[in-house]
Each structure stands twice: as structure tokens, then as C-alpha cells.
Write a new protein. Structure first.
Ligand SMILES: [Fe+2]
Ligand SMILES: [Fe+2]
Length: 173
């Protein structure tokens, strides 16, 4: 059985993942308003992935017979100063999520809960990818500046991202 402390922390992490989904959905709408279809597509897929992250923890909790307590999800901002500013905020957000994941892995290890530690190691790896992807886009956006053909080239590139649900996301099924 999961400890109360771990149950609470994992419930909070579900909330944080849903908040991430909300944040990226808001960024999706922001990019829609700028007619940057590729950026909005990228953010839409990002939002879907975050909801799956939440579901991954949800399924884990129910599988372990733990108590799921869903809290209200904090609303994200509605606009940013520029595409660069939005991706910069996304990077800062992912860095914060990485700290949360690391703290959860620490807690699982302190409590010698190997199954939860295993789950958190998946998230540790995922965060490496998340940060690298956002950082890559941000650096490109910073290189090309706020307007001009470079921005549209990056936007076109981001239009190619497709949503591929992770088969491991629903271990309960
Ligand atoms: Fe996530
Ligand atoms: Fe993320």
C-alpha cells in the first residue's frame, strides 16, 4: 500500500500535469490568435500529452488501490508578449515540472517504494526530452527574431508534429 505522503504527492502531481495541459492549451489559443498554425498545433499536442501524464499517475493510483482526490486546476495566463516569450515560459514551466518529478522520485526512494520510484523514473526520462524539445524551439525562435520569414519557417516545421499516444500511458488496461 502506498504511504499517505506518497498518495498526496501523486495526487498533487496529477493536478500539476493537468495544469500543464491547461497552460499549453492556453498557449495553443494564443498562437491561434497570431495565425501561427504550426506553433498552435505543437501546443495542442503538448496539452494532450500532459493530460496523458496525469492519466498515467491516475491509473497507477487506482491500480495500487490508493485514494484519488482531484483538486481544482489553477488557470493559466491567457496571453504572452511574443512567441519567444510563450516558449520561454514553457521552458520555465518544464524546468519546474522536472524539479517536482525529481522530488517525487526522492520521496519514493526515501520510502523504499520501488514501484513508485519506477513510475517516477519514466517521468524523469520524459522530462529530459520535454526540456530539450522546448529549448530547441526556443533557441530557434530567438535566432530568427520576432518577425520575418524565419518565424514562418519554424511555424511550418512545427505543423508537422503529430500526436502519438504512448501505449504505456494506461497501465490499467
Ligand atoms: Fe508532463
Ligand atoms: Fe511537460
Amino acid at each position: 500500500m502506498l504511504s499517505d505522503k506518497l498518495q498526496q504527492a501523486l495526487n498533487e502531481q496529477i493536478n500539476a500535469e493537468y495544469h500543464s495541459g491547461y497552460l499549453y492549451l492556453a498557449m495553443c489559443a494564443y498562437f491561434e490568435s497570431l495565425n501561427l498554425d504550426g506553433c498552435s498545433n505543437w501546443m495542442r499536442i503538448q496539452a494532450q500529452e500532459e493530460l496523458l501524464h496525469g492519466m498515467r499517475i491516475f491509473d497507477y493510483l487506482t491500480e495500487r488501490g490508493a485514494h484519488v482526490v482531484l483538486q481544482s486546476v489553477e488557470g493559466p495566463p491567457a496571453r504572452w508578449d511574443s512567441p519567444q516569450a510563450a516558449f520561454k515560459a514553457a521552458l520555465g514551466h518544464e524546468q519546474m515540472m522536472t524539479r517536482r518529478v525529481n522530488d517525487l522520485a526522492d520521496l519514493a526512494q526515501t520510502e523504499k517504494d520501488h514501484a513508485t520510484n519506477n513510475l517516477m523514473q519514466w517521468f524523469v526520462n520524459e522530462q529530459v526530452e520535454e526540456e530539450a524539445n522546448v529549448e530547441d524551439i526556443l533557441r530557434k525562435l530567438e535566432l530568427v527574431g520576432e518577425k520575418g520569414p524565419g518565424l514562418f519557417m519554424i511555424d511550418r516545421e512545427l505543423k508537422g508534429r503529430v500526436f502519438t499516444p504512448d501505449p504505456g500511458a494506461t497501465p490499467g488496461e
